[in-house]
Write a protein that binds this ligand. Structure first.
Ligand code: NDP
Ligand code: OXD
Length: 315
């Protein structure tokens, strides 16, 4: 291990550090807690939901690396040092999300909830099945993950809409942007896929009013929601109300307002809700730690950091 290599602080809560520690410390000195009041010998912080205030004790910090694609867990720190933040953009994370979205869209499209309930009752009945090209899947967030999901869905034959903050062009996708684009985007969407980051502008965006603007007379007999972005994008009481009064037919939720989801939440036992425990696209240390180490090496050779967060935009 070279002495010239910058030291790393690994700070994480709600994830176990051992795998990350073993992989990162094979190449660099890694500490789990800063030494004393202030540690001037830390160059990089690798973090997931770091305790607030821990980063301000690092006066010579050069960059922060997020253990995930989302960085809301970092930006909420009121004492965040003014250094570049690198987020995860990686083939295997993108592949996991592509799989999750294709899986959940196909399940809603191919009437998974209906067949599961029919099986419970030993019912042999084939409901009408619309072809994929008559179903419009609308993706909120056309970033790394949203674009990959869109391409997978196009390959499966779905019609795909996309909504983003700024104008985007994605081949084969009908794109909308900004506040003005939201209503037409929703009005032509049968299955809504949420892949937005959590920012002040997106917090709580998946509420009753938004769900009520989805296409009502689509071929699936009612719209479906898939949220794999962040739980605080959604209002769970509104989702339950929308399921109750027919505004929403079904939902697949990977993320929740508070995680883990409270065992008393009625979402757990709702027959038209499919739950996964924030597992749509997990950060795999074996794949991601080498990418972080490569970036640190490149930075020390004078090369620019990649996949930087725009702090003003919040993602
Ligand atoms: P990107 O930063 O690449 O893309 C974000 C997209 O959201 C962009 O298209 C952006 O618009 C759009 N967006 C942001 N703010 C707004 C807004 N106010 N209005 C409309 N569109 C907006 O992110 P990724 O695709 O890499 O990841 C998306 C999110 O997925 C992450 O932030 C994270 O929260 C979540 N995630 C969840 C995982 C899970 O396991 N459940 C795993 C990994 C990520 P524009 O193109 O104009 O910038
Ligand atoms: C992420 C996540 O942001 O796992 O990468 O949620």
């Amino acid at each position: 291990m070279s002495e010239a290599k910058g030291r790393v602080l690994l700070s994480m809560t709600s994830m176990h550090p051992k795998r990350w520690y073993d992989l990162l410390s094979a190449d660099r000195e890694v500490v789990l807690e800063p030494d004393g009041e202030a540690d001037p010998n830390i160059d990089y912080a690798v973090v997931w939901k770091q305790p607030h205030g821990v980063l301000k004790k690092l006066p010579n910090l050069k960059a922060i690396f997020s253990l995930g694609a989302g960085v809301d867990h970092i930006l909420t720190d009121p004492d965040l040092p003014d250094v570049p933040i690198v987020r995860v953009v990686a083939d295997n994370l993108t592949q996991y999300m592509r799989e999750y979205v294709a899986w959940r869209v196909l399940d809603h499209h191919r009437m998974g909830a209906t067949y599961r309930s029919q099986q419970n009752e030993c019912v042999w009945h084939e409901p009408p099945q619309p072809p994929a090209n008559e179903v419009n899947v609308g993706i909120m967030g056309l970033g790394e993950l949203g674009r990959a999901a869109a391409n997978a869905l196009l390959a499966l034959g779905f019609s795909v809409n996309g909504w983003s903050r700024t104008q985007k062009q994605v081949e084969g996708v009908a794109t909308f942007h900004g506040e003005d684009g939201l209503t037409p985007f929703l009005a032509s969407t049968d299955i809504l896929v949420v892949l937005l980051p959590l920012t002040p502008a997106t917090r709580g965006i998946v509420n009753y009013d938004l769900l009520n603007r989805l296409r009502k007379d689509g071929p699936l007999g009612g719209p479906a929601l898939i949220n794999a972005g962040r739980g605080q994008l959604q209002n769970e009481a509104d989702i339950l109300r929308a399921l109750q009064d027919g505004v929403l037919k079904e939902a697949s939720l990977d993320v929740f307002e508070a995680e883990p989801l409270d065992p008393r939440s009625p979402l757990w036992s709702h027959p038209r809700v499919f739950i996964t425990p924030h597992a749509a696209a997990s950060s795999d240390p074996a794949h991601l730690a080498p990418l972080m180490l490569e970036q640190m090496d490149a930075f020390e050779r004078g090369e620019p950091l990649r996949n930087l967060v725009d702090r003003e935009a919040g993602y």
